[in-house]
Design a protein around this ligand. Structure first.
Ligand code: ACO
Length: 501
């Protein structure tokens, strides 16, 4: 290494993604954005050696996402026996199709030759409009060459926007297990790519992850008799990668795409559960809010209530029937949600149903010691609220026990290594974090409900009769991290609750 910092450039800054559209004079730039991460492409330090004034412009035709790479610099380091400037094309050739390296003039010619009536690959499964425009969702299998081609063009967005994210191996012999959903903004004369999601099918004989159901009865029986079609085999479907590109973020489109995909798989008979691989914090929030918005409108879910007739024991284990377990499991299976996610959304919903006098708000907990003696101090607006009655207190304590019981079970390995007093304290800390997070999410849910209502005012939705074609970073206030922190996060502690499901 030269040690001359002037020859180093931040790869996050050097890379610029541009969305372009053809014009008579060449191309017009519609939007630009930088990647959030480049460590999986240019190395951990996200620095490129050997250039001054380096610009790596990755242009995309906004509709079919045909890529074109333009690399320019003011000065390039003269190679020595020890070091030379990084070969940027070589690095990026691992992530981009060959077509990305064609001459700018060829790129422009190809753009102009794209038929005026071009439509996105796959099958149209849903369309909607809101104040941000008209949108269409297309779905197809990776075995469809047009779907595969689009995926191959945009896959570099995964390492660019998902921490630790890696592209799908397109030569995977199990490629037919991948299904894709593309979100497109439909303009008057063109479609503009807005985001996509990849989903992978797991079959029942594969060992489920920690957060998936493990009981054999979860898997419907099936037979291999007659004309056997793999697409009809019961499966778990896992959301693997989910990206809304920056110009389309913060417009409710991610939530919308997730909800559309979820509804597709609710109708998709072979899918017994829709799961998510390594969700990050932003995705978790989006999914929690979308699941809560949907489930809280379902009568079976609304019927799941805290049984206030249950007496709280002075000592020993928390009761396991605070909410009717059979109704819970029936409802969970019906809505194809993995146990942990279902429990979280139900806990959140039940929290929103607590009497105002005891319902937790966003006040910062002041004293973690107190929780075992009663309500947490994570409550808000206490001055304006009525004094809680004994029934209110009882209901809150049952809710707290419901949450703590789940947290204890999930974090048993780490908590089990602690002395009883310490264990109680740590569980109380994890609980306080979860309670605070639920309060935050419920406030967001309210805000999002208003935004969605405003969108809906200008919206008409039409859903074509279609079924699914075949049918990494992580949580902030999550019990996983909290428990790990609580337990000292040392290597001897087992990871107590998988972040992925
Ligand atoms: C499984 C995995 O792949 S995990 C990785 C997930 N992907 C990534 O992290 C890649 C980079 N990021 C993204 O692709 C996107 O930001 C996503 C997928 C995380 C979220 O997509 P978005 O379209 O931005 O989500 P959406 O707009 O629905 O919600 C984001 C925010 O907009 C708000 N919002 C929701 N609805 C609306 C609406 N109708 N109008 C305006 N804003 C809205 C939400 O409340 C939310 O607010 P917050 O930022 O305070 O949390």
């Amino acid at each position: 290494m030269s040690g001359d910092d002037d020859w180093w450039t931040s790869s996050n800054e050097a890379v610029l993604v541009s969305l372009v559209t053809p014009t008579d004079a060449g191309v017009k730039t519609l939007d630009t954005f930088h990647p959030e991460y480049t460590n999986n492409v240019f190395g951990e330090k996200e620095q490129i050696f050997g250039y001054k004034g380096l610009r790596i412009n990755l242009q995309y035709n906004a509709s079919d996402m045909l890529p074109n790479l333009k690399v320019s610099w003011k000065k390039k380091y003269q190679p020595t026996a020890d070091e030379e400037a990084l070969d940027i094309n070589e690095v990026l050739s691992e992530f981009l199709p060959e077509v990305a390296f064609q001459k700018q003039s060829d790129f422009e010619t190809r753009l102009k030759s794209l038929p005026k009536n071009w439509t996105p690959p796959g099958t149209l499964v849903n369309s909607f409009n809101n104040k941000h425009g008209d949108f269409e969702v297309y779905s197809g299998k990776i075995t469809d060459p047009a779907v595969k081609q689009l995926l191959n063009r945009v896959q570099i967005l995964v390492p660019f926007f998902v921490d630790g994210g890696t592209p799908i191996d397109l030569e995977d012999p199990d490629a037919e297990r991948w299904t894709l959903y593309f979100l497109y903004n439909k303009r008057e004369f063109a479609y503009h790519f807005a985001g996509y999601c990849t989903l992978y099918k797991y079959y029942p004989l594969q060992v489920p992850t920690e957060t998936e159901s493990k009981t054999p009865t979860d898997t419907p029986s099936f037979s291999l008799d007659g004309d056997f079609d793999l697409d009809n085999l019961p499966c778990r479907t896992r959301i693997s990668q989910f990206i809304i590109i920056p110009p389309f973020q913060q417009k409710g489109l991610g939530s919308r795409l997730y909800s559309i995909i979820y509804q597709q798989y609710l109708k998709h008979e072979p899918t017994i559960e829709l799961t998510v691989e390594d969700p990050n914090e932003a995705f978790d929030d989006m999914r929690d809010l979308a699941d809560l918005a949907f489930l809280s409108k379902q009568p079976e879910f609304q019927a799941l209530k805290i049984d206030t007739s249950i007496e709280i024991p002075d000592e020993g284990k928390a009761p396991n029937n605070i909410v009717d377990q059979e109704a819970w499991e029936t409802c969970r299976k019906k809505f194809k949600i993995v146990p942990r996610q279902f429990a979280r959304v139900l806990e959140m919903y039940l929290m929103s149903q607590l009497p105002a006098s005891v319902r937790p708000g966003l006040d910062i907990p002041q004293d973690e010691e107190e929780e075992d003696t009663g309500r947490s101090k994570g409550k808000g607006k206490e001055k304006a609220l009525p004094k809680p009655t004994a029934e209110d207190e009882h209901m809150y304590r049952l809710w707290m026990m419901l949450v703590k019981r789940r947290l204890y079970v999930h974090n048993r390995d780490a908590l089990g290594q602690l002395e009883l007093k310490e264990r109680r304290e740590e569980l109380a800390k994890v609980f306080a974090g979860v309670e605070f997070d639920y309060a935050r999410l419920l406030i967001k849910a309210e805000q999002q409900g208003k935004l969605a209502a405003a969108d809906a005012a200008s919206e008409t939705e039409k859903e074509p009769p279609a079924t699914p074609s075949a049918a990494n970073g992580k949580r902030k206030l999550d019990e996983v991290e909290q428990a790990e922190e609580a337990a000292g996060a040392s290597s001897k502690k087992a990871r107590v609750e998988s972040g992925s499901d």
